[in-house]
Design a protein around this ligand. Structure first.
Ligand SMILES: [Zn+2]
Length: 402
């Protein structure tokens, strides 16, 4: 492995930020009438990346996917951890059965985010989450539950300040009408970018502790931190669990379900106000140090683009638990505690899939565990979005080795 660190060993190491577009490939996330979550996530992420690169060229921005391809949750974390990133932001779109629910919310792993070890990045993660929600609110976007602590997979398994932001409810007609337009996506990206710039300034000036306490004391109740686990909304790749943790998580989920029931209150967001995008603070930076960093960043990008291409041509293995006619929520009883799952089209039916890895041995081991609950489960393979046989996948892998 060539660590980016080596490339920067001679200059000052630039800040590395990872922007993660949720879902992709056969994992489409939630979906609206003519658009899937994975498409919105990618578009908004790409706009956020463009803004950072334009206004803060000294920051190295890494994306977990540049196109419509499947990337497992573990891989997303690995990308960020290997790059020793300074920030991780995952972008998602929400869904709820209750069609009146709308607005934005942002999750981060609190101090309990890492069982036993505690989370050293809790306060910076909280700062990021609060700045995001603050910017949504300032731009007139409705707030759903504001800032929330939660042990989502990507916030719990990344070693840096991290947040997962839900930018709208596709299940709500007003939110959908907004977020599925180019204007809505661009404005949302601008709000996220503004929050990131505020995060940058406060952490660089080391005023983040003060900023955080100000944000905590000035936020309204809706944006307050509530320690409950989200169970009722969203499906797809943002769920916190791996099979091994299943028992603890089920307990937590049950406790949380009770809490959520209580906490659930009818939202009364009046504002279908179109968001007003703030102008970015122009940066007066063209210091030599940043220029060097920029050149180095380019080298690093070239390398990662190559690696990216190699990866795209790699088959991904998942486990098919069963086939069904409709998607179900994460933690649905029928999943018997096995989740996160994704749903992929299979003619008129849907395949319910667990896991995603390029490592065949690993998926074989996972299958052993899964078969205790789903005796008929089997391994499926994908090349990009295309379903291929396991034999074909193995053939491709073997040919690459030669
Ligand atoms: Zn999602």
């Amino acid at each position: 492995m060539l660590f980016p660190l080596l490339l920067f060993a001679q200059g000052k190491r630039p800040l590395v930020w990872v922007i993660d577009a949720g879902h992709g490939g056969h994992d489409q996330g939630t979906k609206g009438k003519n658009i899937t979550e994975k498409e919105i996530n990618l578009k908004v992420s790409q706009e956020v990346v463009r803004l950072i690169r334009k206004h803060k060229p000294g920051i190295k921005v890494i994306t977990t996917r540049k196109s419509d391809k499947f990337v497992s949750l573990a891989e997303r974390c690995r990308i960020a951890n290997n790059a020793r990133a300074d920030l991780f932001l995952s972008i998602h779109v929400n869904w709820a059965r209750k069609k009146n629910l709308r607005g934005t919310e942002t999750f981060y792993a609190g101090n309990n985010g890492r069982p036993k070890r505690g989370n050293p990045n809790a306060s910076k993660s909280e700062l990021l989450a609060r700045l995001l929600q603050n910017n949504y609110a300032a731009s007139g976007r409705p707030i759903y539950r504001g800032v929330r602590t939660n042990r989502l997979y990507v916030t719990a398994n990344t070693n840096m300040p991290a947040a997962l932001t839900e930018i709208a409810f596709i299940s709500n007609s007003a939110d959908a009408a907004y977020i599925t337009t180019d204007k809505g996506m661009k404005e949302t990206a601008r709000m996220i970018f503004n929050a990131l710039m505020e995060y940058y300034t406060t952490t660089q000036n080391k005023t983040h502790t003060k900023t955080l306490s100000t944000l905590r004391s000035t936020r309204d109740k809706k944006s307050g931190v509530k320690n409950s686990i989200r169970v009722s909304v969203n499906s797809g790749g943002s769920s916190p669990i791996v099979v091994e943790d299943e028992e603890t998580d089920t307990k937590q989920a049950k406790a949380a379900e009770k809490k959520t029931e209580k906490a659930k209150s009818a939202e009364s967001n009046t504002g279908a106000k179109q968001a007003q995008s703030k102008k970015p603070q122009a940066e007066k930076t063209s210091k030599p140090a940043e220029k060097t960093a920029k050149a180095e960043t380019k080298t690093a990008q070239k390398t990662s683009a190559k690696q990216q291409k190699a990866k795209e041509a790699q088959p991904v293995f998942s486990i098919q638990l069963f086939s069904c006619t409709a998607e179900m929520k994460q933690k649905d009883k029928r999943l018997k505690g096995v989740w996160p799952v994704t749903f992929a089209k299979d003619g008129k039916k849907l395949k319910c899939l667990y896991g995603g890895t390029t490592d065949y041995q690993k998926i074989k081991n996972q299958l052993k565990t899964i078969r205790k609950k789903f005796p008929d489960a089997f391994i499926v393979a994908y090349l990009g979005e295309k379903s291929i046989t396991t034999a074909e996948a193995l053939k491709i892998i073997n040919e690459k080795k030669k």
